[in-house]
Design a binder for this molecule. Structure first.
Ligand SMILES: *Cc1c(COP(=O)(O)O)cnc(C)c1O
Length: 387
């Protein structure tokens, strides 16, 4: 069997070889405007002959993928959570560094190894950085992470703990993004900036392949928490590959769940254009001013009749508490947003539909958010009579 792959620009269709030089389309990216999503996102396209396994549809030989506990995450139904029979939790808190981001990081690390690049660079405010730090550590690679100076401390701790080179930027995420790109170009290193490196989308598609394998078919609905829109795009990409090669027959309904205070993609789905927002939500992993993968994500939602729903911070916290108390799954706020979005829309869902919630990160990454819903014991006992 043989699988061929190439990059194709998602806007103009121009083709590129899959090499570390190409990240965004050389033509479309010239039209990049400030404060807008990335132009010229490249998509991996395959042609295959003979017998092959769907998991072989990768932009490099499967043998490059490091043997790490990433992906193949549990899919289960929580009996006491909800009365919908086929409500599945896809538990990506169980990845090596505790978030869905590992799916992208592992593919980028494999690509770096194949091309003999020793250092991976990225800008991140949170999980992408700590994920790349951990995966790089496990692959004998160096990770350099550009963090805005006001990034939450917990996220920095995880990256430093894994031994990453953390560069604190006197500015916001946009400045961190630009500096990280300059740095990776100057030193000929590999950038893992989300959406900018096409392999971040391609890596995240693995979740759809797994869902297909675990359920024996495509689900009917997938609820996805959305910030930059790369997870959403990866989910679509996986199902698109499955459709292209005849493994499934229909595209699931993908529901983009966004926080009310960070709703750029939801708003664009309503009125067709992107406006810069001043994101404000306690679900920091989905708080973005400019969704980097916005144009591509929007195109998928429009083409495949995707939906979107907004949830408030209060609804997110309630959902987070319920997931913990009724399913034993402690998710970070962004990850609990998919359950909050499901609760808001479930009336419209058929009783026998297969519904999947992506639970994208563990709650232990952000204990301050969860603490808001808790009552800590005020008194301390010394004897059994004190109780
Ligand atoms: C990054 C992240 C998201 C959102 O992914 P995007 O690709 O930015 O849309 C959701 N949940 C968690 C836990 C994340 O880390």
């Amino acid at each position: 069997m043989s699988v061929q792959s190439k990059y194709v620009c998602s806007e103009c269709g121009k083709e590129f070889e899959i090499t570390p030089e190409f990240m965004v389309c050389t033509v479309c990216s010239q039209k990049q405007k400030d404060d807008k999503p990335l132009k010229g996102i490249l998509e991996v396209k395959y042609s295959a002959e003979g017998l092959y396994d769907i998991e072989e549809l990768l932009p490099l030989e499967q043998s490059w993928i490091p043997d790490l506990p990433v992906g193949f995450t549990p899919l289960w139904t929580a009996e006491y959570l909800d009365d919908h029979k086929q409500l599945y939790l896809k538990d990506d808190t169980s990845n090596l560094t505790g978030s869905f981001k590992d799916r992208a990081s592992i593919l980028v690390a494999a690509f770096a190894k194949k091309h003999n690049i020793k250092e991976i660079v990225l800008a991140s405010t949170g999980n992408a950085g700590s994920s790349m730090a951990g995966i790089a550590a496990a692959c004998g690679l160096k990770a350099t992470i550009f963090l805005p100076k006001n990034a939450p401390k917990a996220k920095m701790v995880q990256a430093l703990q894994y031994g990453a080179n953390v560069i604190s930027v006197d500015g916001n995420y946009d400045l961190a993004f630009d500096l990280s790109l300059e740095y990776s170009k100057k030193h000929k290193l590999l950038s893992r900036n989300t959406a900018y490196n096409p392999l971040t989308i391609e890596g995240k598609k693995s979740v759809s392949i797994e869902l297909f394998k675990q359920l024996g078919d495509a689900p009917d609905y997938v609820f996805v928490p959305v910030g930059d829109g790369v997870i959403l795009s990866g989910v679509y990409k996986g199902f698109k590959d499955l459709l292209q090669f005849g493994f499934i027959e229909k595209m699931p309904t993908v529901v983009a769940v966004q926080a009310e205070g960070s709703a750029a993609i939801h708003d664009a789905l309503q009125d067709g254009s992107f406006k810069k927002v001043d994101a404000s939500t306690l679900a920091d992993s989905i708080a973005v001013d400019v969704p980097r993968c916005g144009y591509y994500a929007l195109k998928q939602l429009q083409k495949y009749a995707g939906q979107s729903v907004l949830v408030s911070d209060e609804e997110i916290l309630m959902a987070q508490k319920e997931l913990s108390e009724k399913a034993g799954l402690f998710a970070e706020p962004a990850a609990a947003a998919s359950y909050a979005g499901y609760k808001k829309t479930k009336k419209a869902i058929d009783r026998d539909a297969k519904v999947v919630l992506l639970i994208t990160g563990t709650g232990l990454k952000d204990i301050d958010a969860a603490s808001r819903m808790l009552e800590f014991p005020q008194e301390h006992v010394k004897t059994i009579e004190d109780i």
